[in-house]
Ligand binder design. Structure first.
Ligand SMILES: *Cc1c(COP(=O)(O)O)cnc(C)c1O
Length: 360
């Protein structure tokens, strides 16, 4: 058996310790005589797993007690609809900051439900190379919420400041940066994230929502998409994605063992610096994102020559590093270096990049 360094943007690498533990517990979860995959979600044992997962989220992210932690399905993409369906029932207005592909999709989805969905700023004309400054945001104080995508998985940029939205709740898609560093949850109305980047395998979507935002949704909102009902039932209105939540628990325990989110951030900064320092030292590869907005999780770069980029993807895969080809809408290369990517993987990549540069 040989594991390779997998730079996939998602689903992506999980910590090896977590995979080993899941394998060990696959036939008999801690004396229950069955796998978590086979277990009733109403059983005492499973109740223990889901509540432990919630407790670990609360502890590691320092989530205030006036927030609910929900485990839902449908991916981050379903949140693009659930957010407007649940929050627009007050004024029917929302502000969206479009900084890449996913925030653009979230904006389009909200337009299905609201009459005044305002584009607070867009980086489209600049090809999403940076995050807008506070002064560039056109915010409406009557909005029901402001939506941002905290880390732009495809283009490789990241909000480094929390925008001031006054009394208007801030909603953030953190799919590709959650658990990569500490966050001040109290500054957000809602934080949501699909699991398959930094939490667990695909299947569960985590929604952290302030109690005050649990109000009646737009008429016609399906039961399964109603935050209040999901919160009242503690994510157990129906069968939750049991397996994915269980792996999330193991990943959170792993993060705790690493020293928590501050320690994880230090490691992530070190890993990202290895790549960016090299990128800054050579003219062979270029990274388009302005320096102060660079993502620690998704590092994008190009040679400027499409044929060379294609050869890079092919030859790096042959050298044991998969999924380095950039997203089709951005081109070039992308190295996704989430929590589970070891430093040795990034070092191996940079060493390959140097050799590739020399050979051309
Ligand atoms: C991956 C990703 C999504 C899409 O997630 P799904 O779970 O596939 O719906 C949305 N937003 C961001 C920032 C992502 O990285």
């Amino acid at each position: 058996m040989a594991r390779i360094y997998n730079f996939s943007a998602g689903p992506s690498m999980l910590p090896e310790e977590v995979l080993k533990q899941a394998a060990e517990e696959a036939l008999d979860y801690r004396g229950s005589g069955m796998s978590v995959m086979e277990m009733s979600h109403r059983s005492k044992v499973y109740e223990g797993i889901i509540r432990k997962t919630e407790d670990l989220f609360r502890e590691l992210m320092n989530i205030p007690s006036n927030y609910k932690v929900l485990f839902l399905q449908g991916g981050a993409s379903l949140q693009f609809a659930m957010v407007p369906m649940n929050l627009l029932s007050k004024n029917g207005k929302a502000d969206y900051v479009v900084t890449g592909n996913f925030s653009g999709k979230a904006y389009e989805e909200a337009r299905l439900f609201g009459k005044e969905i305002n584009l607070a700023a867009t980086g489209k004309e600049e090809k999403f190379i940076r995050i807008p400054k506070q002064g560039e945001l056109t915010l409406n104080p009557q909005a029901d919420y402001v939506h941002i995508c905290e880390n732009n998985t495809i283009f490789g940029s990241k909000w480094k400041y929390i925008p001031d939205t006054g009394k208007v709740p801030l909603v953030a898609d953190m799919s590709s940066c959650i658990l990569s560093e500490p966050v001040d949850v109290s500054k957000y109305g809602i934080i949501y994230a699909g699991a398959q980047k930094n939490i667990a395998p695909a299947g569960v979507t985590v929604v952290i929502i302030r109690d005050g935002l649990l109000y009646a949704p737009l008429p016609g909102t399906p039961t399964m998409m109603n935050y209040s009902i999901m919160a009242e039932n503690e994510s157990m209105y129906n069968t939750p994605p049991c397996w994915s939540i269980y792996i999330a628990m193991l990943v959170l325990e792993w993060i705790k063992k690493q020293g928590g989110l501050s320690a994880i951030k230090t490691r992530n900064q070190e890993k990202a610096a290895i790549l960016y320092d090299y990128l800054d030292s050579t003219d062979f590869y270029k990274t388009a994102i302005v320096k102060e907005d660079r993502s620690m999780m998704n590092v994008t770069f190009k040679t400027g020559n499409d044929d060379l980029d294609a050869r890079f993807a092919k030859e790096s895969a042959a050298a044991g590093m998969s999924n380095l080809k950039g997203h089709r809408s951005a081109g070039g290369m992308r190295a996704s270096i989430y929590n589970a990517m070891p430093k040795a993987g990034v070092e191996k990549l940079v060493s390959f990049m140097k050799d590739f540069e020399k050979s051309k």
